[in-house]
Design a protein around this ligand. Structure first.
Ligand code: CA
Ligand code: CA
Ligand code: CA
Length: 726
């Protein structure tokens, strides 16, 4: 019920004032992301905000929240610990309204401008009216942005796709049109596919090794490449660890194969004529945002550069027992192709339109791309894309919320996925990878926002990659990177959604936490150990809560009861600037009652965000640790040796941790700010705001826990003991 109202808030354009990212009126102090809306920030120069001017009433579970309600507790809590020297805690004033912040920046090179424009009409206009406005000014209207009647996506075909200056005359032309309120030329930026390795012809394996189709059921698929799909069934082939796999057979044996679930592959296109994909292709839900047509077929290049999406699609939904390649994790599910990567520059509107495409036809969006993994980039979703994600989780799947699955990144130990605003978002499920013997892949990044892991390449034998479909009807055994890991997770979630179509986006995350397994995953370098959090859940900084277990997830999904409503509590802020030097770390404290006594009280955590502004003479030498009142210490930023930024730092960047899932947030939180370097450095921490997200009620009360040793039983027991003690 409440959810529908929130939806209307998001959709009510009149209530929103957009500030162009280069509008000087957008000062950093205007910006704050509370609640689910999240997020975040980047270089001040390119921060864009969305401010809600009126105060809507908001459902507790929806992902956009009136922060004036969240922020102000009914009484002034004892948030300032007597012993806290460095700290001032203050609650945000009532006037602070919701802001969506997009990010930008640092590490990116000189800006470029594309030939596309976000055009906002003075009043709602039908599509054909907007078409006329475009035509009379020399533009083509590509369509509405996120279904809006006031915002449209225009292109000017005579302009170069990318140039270094804004096209002022074209913008002016639009702006003087009486129908047009504002026009913003879209900046272009880089988004890279994860895990792309140049192909050699040897990797391409011939197709059509027809075998007799036989009865499906409890037996192994007959598809010729199934034997290479060790991530589906690991028998120890090629030096792998037996039973270290996604345990999909246990899900299939429960009669669950992904029926009626659609996963969109947001990538460089999908070869939907492929004999292993064509019957599971959902054309209605597909689109090509790179060339604006309904056919997201990959663009041909000699080196097969655009094979990425096709490979990802096969992992999710390649057909079973058809004699072609292998099988998808959810081989009766559908895939949609959303082609959006294959162009010189990405824009906010292409990302937004992709992530908001057909949110009632598409259940799961799988993304294996992101900001450059060079270990010095800090970047994430911009304004329209952030709105698309928020709309997806609030309204998609008819209100249950879309599932966004994200590859955590291929930057290796030199990068930190918390610097990738897509992976670190609460609304994406970020997935890392392990190789066939349980160690992390050499390209894996680590960060506290990763929720779980699946499998990818990295074993000594290059052929022990991910076997799947390939371009032009072929098959491959060498799909690679966390790219290959994310679609496996999408497939597992498709199984869970068939088992229980009522699961919300949050249910999927809870199921992931409760059913992922440590199995034999380990850090090859011995840096990150498995650790128990305050309610008995084991996590690892590399792997999150462990490897997905499809059989266990489907079994629990079948009896799942939707978790209670979600609340958002701004637990406190430290706003005094403190100097940090290489020989003097800073320890900040926030003591919080987690909004106790208000209607936004959070008693059982889901995500925690530390929104931080800090800069340093060398950003890459900074490390940040967040410790919960129950003693769980999350490394929310690790050293990045290639990041030599000395100017931008982080501006209101929402570092996120999943490691305190299920914990109780009341008490003192600690933030350690330090340098990890031999070279003298110094910096300034200017803000730390602690955002708590979770439920007021214990989340698993209605769920029977048959096995007393299961993760569910352990957390449930902890929660029960607590509520009786209270
Ligand atoms: Ca096309
Ligand atoms: Ca097949
Ligand atoms: Ca990265």
């Amino acid at each position: 019920m409440g959810r529908a109202r929130v939806v209307s808030i998001i959709a009510r354009d009149s209530a929103i004032s957009y500030v162009d990212s280069h509008d000087s009126t957008a000062t950093p102090t205007d910006i704050f992301a509370t609640s689910e809306t999240e997020t975040v920030a980047g270089c001040a120069a390119s921060v864009a905000t969305t401010t809600y001017q009126n105060k809507p009433s908001v459902s507790p579970s929806a992902e956009v929240v009136d922060s004036s309600k969240i922020a102000v507790p009914s009484r002034t809590p004892s948030t300032v610990p007597a012993d806290a020297k460095y700290i001032s805690v203050r609650r945000r004033p009532v006037t602070m309204l919701l802001a969506v912040i997009a990010l930008l920046c640092a590490g990116s090179s000189a800006e470029v401008f594309t030939n596309t424009f976000l055009v906002k009409m003075r009043q709602p206009a039908e599509r054909h009216v907007a078409d006329r406005v475009a035509a009379r000014n020399g533009f083509v209207n590509l369509g509405p942005v996120l279904g809006s009647q006031t915002e449209y996506h225009f292109i000017h075909r005579a302009l170069a796709h990318a140039r270094s200056k804004r096209s002022v005359p074209h913008m002016r032309r639009l702006k003087v049109d009486p129908m047009v309120h504002t026009a913003v030329q879209q900046p272009g930026f880089k988004r890279v596919k994860k895990g792309y390795k140049p192909l050699s012809v040897d990797n391409l394996v011939p197709l059509y090794q027809i075998k007799n189709p036989a009865n499906p059921g409890n037996r192994d698929p007959l598809d010729p490449y199934f034997q290479y799909q060790w991530y589906l069934k690991n028998t120890g082939q090629n030096g792998g660890k037996p039973k270290l796999d996604l345990n999909v057979k246990a899900a299939w044996a429960q009669g669950v194969t992904g029926k009626n679930v659609t996963t969109a592959i947001m990538d460089d296109g999908v070869d939907y004529m492929h004999p292993d994909l064509k019957y599971n292709y959902n054309a209605k839900a597909s689109y090509d945002f790179s060339s604006n047509d309904p056919y997201p077929y990959p663009r041909y290049t000699d080196d097969w550069f655009n094979s990425h999406g096709t490979r990802c699609a096969g992992e999710v939904a390649a057909a079973r027992d058809n004699g072609v390649c292998g099988v998808g994790v959810a081989y009766d599910s559908k895939v949609a192709g959303i082609r959006m990567l294959d162009q010189p520059y990405m824009t906010d509107l292409i990302e937004a339109n992709s992530m908001g495409h057909e949110p009632d036809l598409i259940d799961i969006y799988s993304a294996s791309w992101g900001p450059t993994d060079d270990g010095k980039t800090v970047d994430g979703p911009r304004n329209a894309t952030m709105r698309a994600i928020v709309r997806g989780v609030n309204e998609g799947r008819r209100g249950l919320g879309n599932i966004y699955v994200w590859a955590s990144g291929d930057g290796g130990e030199e990068d930190d996925c918390n610097c990738d605003g897509y992976a670190a978002s609460m609304w994406t499920v970020s997935i890392n990878s392990a190789i066939n013997d349980g160690q992390n892949a050499h390209y894996d990044e680590s960060c506290s926002s990763t929720l779980a892991s699946t499998f990818s390449n990295g074993a000594k034998d290059p052929n022990i990659g991910v076997a799947t479909t390939d371009l032009y009807g072929k098959c491959t055994t060498t799909h690679s990177g966390t790219s290959a890991a994310a679609p496996e997770a999408a497939g597992v979630f498709a199984l869970a959604l068939e088992a229980n179509p009522q699961l919300t986006w949050r249910d999927i995350q809870h199921l992931t936490v409760l059913t992922s397994k440590r199995n034999s995953l380990f850090d090859a370098k011995g840096r990150f150990h498995w650790t128990m959090n305050g309610v008995g859940l084991e996590f690892n900084h590399l792997f999150g809560y462990g490897v997905l277990d499809a059989g266990a997830m489907v079994a629990l999904a079948k009896k799942w009861k939707t978790v209670p409503p979600r609340y958002h509590c701004e637990a406190g802020s430290v706003l005094e600037t403190q100097e940090v030097t290489s020989d003097r770390s800073i320890l900040l404290k926030i003591k919080t009652d987690a909004c106790a006594g208000t209607e936004y009280a959070v008693n059982y955590l889901e995500h925690v965000q530390a929104v931080i502004s800090v800069n340093a003479t060398r950003r890459g030498d900074l490390e940040l640790f967040l410790t919960s009142p129950m003693g769980t210490r999350s490394m929310i930023l690790s050293r990045r040796i290639n990041d030599d930024d000395h100017r931008d730092g982080f501006t209101k960047w929402p570092f996120m941790t999943t490691h305190t899932w299920g914990e109780y947030p009341q008490g003192t939180w600690l933030l350690e700010v330090s340098f990890n370097t031999q070279t003298p450095q110094h910096g300034w921490i200017r803000e730390w705001t602690l955002m708590l997200h979770g439920t007021r009620e214990p989340p698993y009360t209605g769920l029977p826990a048959a096995d007393p040793h299961s993760k569910l039983a352990i957390v449930k027991k902890a929660h029960e003991e607590r509520s009786t003690a209270m």
